[in-house]
Design a protein around this ligand. Structure first.
Ligand SMILES: N[C@@H](CCC(=O)N[C@@H](CS)C(=O)NCC(=O)O)C(=O)O
Length: 374
C-alpha cells in the first residue's frame, strides 16, 4: 500500500485568524502559531459583515475563526491545535509521551474552561478593566457600527457582564472566591516558573499555550490583575512574555520525564473545583436547566449558565484517558486518585453529550462554550 501523502504547509497558507487582539482564545491560538512557526495574519472579527461570514462558514460566531489558504474555515482553538498537531507533528507541542499528553490536555481544558471565570471577572467587574476592554473592543470590533462611542462601550460591558460574570453566577458574594482562584493559581505557577522556563521544562507545550489565554491575554493586560501579578508573581509575568516571544528563538530544549511533582497543586485544584463544576454542569444539562446553582470549592454560585460544550469537554477527557496504553493508564489513574480527580471524572456513568454539536470540529461547531443569549 502506498503511504498517504502528507499535506504541505504551503497549501494552507496564507492563514488568517479572525478574532481580537485582546481575546482569550485568539491569544491562545496566536501563541500556538508563533511557537509552532506557522505564519498567520490577525484580522479583526468586526461586526456585522465579518460575523456573518464566520457564522455561515463555521456555525458559530466565536473567536478565533480560521481561514486557510485553501478556502477552508476552522473553529475552536482546542480542535484546531489538535488538527495541526496531527498534520504537522514537528515541532512537538502536544507531548507524545502518553502520560504527559493526558495531563497536558487536562491542564489545557482547565485553563480554557475554568480560569475563564476569574479572567472574565477581573476584566468586566472592575470599572478600570471594563473601561479599558470596552474601549478597545469598541474601536477594534465595532468601528463600523453607526453609534456613539460611549453607547458601544456601554452595550459591550453590559453584554459581557450579563453573559460571563454577574449573569454566570458571579455576584458580589462570589467575588472573593473567584479572586481566590486567581491568587492560588499565581502561587502555583510562581513556584513552577521560579524553577524552570516552561511547565514541562525548557520549551513550551500545549499546557503553557493554554495558560496564555487567561494569563497573557487577560491577567497581564487588565489593570487590576496585571498589578497583582507584577507584585506577587514576577516569574509568571516573565513567563507570559517569554512564551509569546519563544517562536523567535531556539525551538529546541529538553523537557522533563513524567509529570512534575509541582503540577500537584494545579491537579488538586482540578479535582477540588473544576471537575466538580463540570459534574454540576452535567446535572444541569440532564435536567434541562439553563441556569444552575452549585457550591464549588466553598463558593456558592447562583444562576451559573449551563454549557453543552463543556459536557463534550468532559467526554473528551474521558476518551483521552480510556485511550491510554498501559502502563500509562495505571499511572494516570493513580495520579488522578491522588489529586481527587478520579471520582468526578467518572461520577456520571453516562454523559448527555449532544453528538451533533461538536461532531464536525474543527471545521464546524454548533455550540458555544457559553451562549450569552441562552
Ligand atoms: N472553545 C472555543 C471558545 C472560543 C470562545 O469562547 N471565544 C470567545 C472570545 S475569547 C468568544 O468568541 N465568545 C463568543 C461570545 O462572546 O459571543 C475555543 O477554544 O476557541
Amino acid at each position: 500500500m502506498e503511504a498517504p501523502l502528507k499535506m504541505s504547509m504551503d497549501s494552507l497558507l496564507p492563514v488568517a485568524v479572525y478574532g481580537s487582539s485582546i481575546s482569550y482564545f485568539t491569544g491562545k491560538l496566536e501563541n500556538y502559531f508563533r511557537i509552532k512557526g506557522i505564519p498567520y495574519e490577525l484580522r479583526s472579527l468586526s461586526a456585522p459583515h465579518c460575523m456573518n461570514l464566520v457564522r455561515q462558514n463555521t456555525g458559530s460566531t466565536q473567536m478565533p475563526a480560521l481561514l486557510l489558504g485553501d478556502g477552508r474555515w476552522m473553529t475552536d482553538s482546542t480542535a484546531i491545535i489538535q488538527w495541526f498537531e496531527a498534520e504537522f507533528p514537528e515541532p512537538e507541542i502536544i507531548p507524545t509521551d502518553p502520560l504527559q499528553r493526558f495531563f497536558s490536555l487536562l491542564l489545557e481544558d482547565y485553563a480554557d474552561e475554568w480560569l475563564w471565570r476569574p479572567a472574565m471577572h477581573y476584566r468586566w467587574y472592575y470599572p478600570e478593566g471594563a473601561r479599558y476592554a470596552s474601549s478597545h473592543l469598541a474601536r477594534e470590533l465595532a468601528a463600523d457600527i453607526p453609534a456613539p462611542f460611549f453607547l458601544k462601550r456601554w452595550s459591550i460591558t453590559r453584554r459581557q457582564r450579563n453573559g460571563y460574570t454577574a449573569g454566570d453566577g458571579i455576584r458580589r458574594d462570589q467575588v472573593p472566591g473567584v479572586e481566590a482562584i486567581f491568587h492560588r493559581t499565581l502561587e502555583q505557577l510562581e513556584a513552577i516558573f521560579r524553577q524552570r522556563p516552561f511547565l514541562l521544562g525548557d520549551r513550551p507545550g500545549i499546557a503553557d499555550i493554554a495558560f496564555s489565554g487567561p494569563f497573557y491575554r487577560h491577567f497581564a493586560l487588565d489593570p487590576v490583575p496585571a498589578q497583582i501579578m507584577r507584585q506577587q508573581a514576577p516569574a509568571v509575568w516573565e513567563w507570559a512574555a517569554r512564551l509569546a516571544n519563544h517562536g523567535h528563538r531556539e525551538r529546541a530544549g529538553a523537557i522533563m520525564q513524567g509529570i512534575p511533582a509541582d503540577w500537584g497543586p494545579l491537579l488538586d485544584e482540578i479535582g477540588g473545583d473544576y471537575l466538580p463544576y463540570l459534574c454540576a454542569n452535567v446535572d444541569a444539562v440532564v435536567k434541562g436547566e439553563k441556569r444552575f446553582n452549585a457550591e464549588i470549592g466553598g463558593v456558592h454560585y447562583r444562576g451559573a449558565r449551563w454549557s453543552k460544550y463543556r459536557v463534550w469537554c468532559l467526554q473528551r477527557l474521558r476518551e483521552e484517558y480510556s485511550g491510554l496504553p498501559e502502563p500509562a493508564r495505571e499511572e494516570a489513574r493513580a495520579l488522578l486518585q491522588q489529586h481527587n480527580c478520579w471520582g468526578p471524572l467518572w461520577r456520571h456513568p453516562r454523559l448527555p453529550v449532544d453528538e451533533a454539536l461538536c461532531a464536525r470540529l474543527p471545521f464546524f461547531c454548533d455550540a458555544k462554550m457559553i451562549d450569552v443569549y441562552d
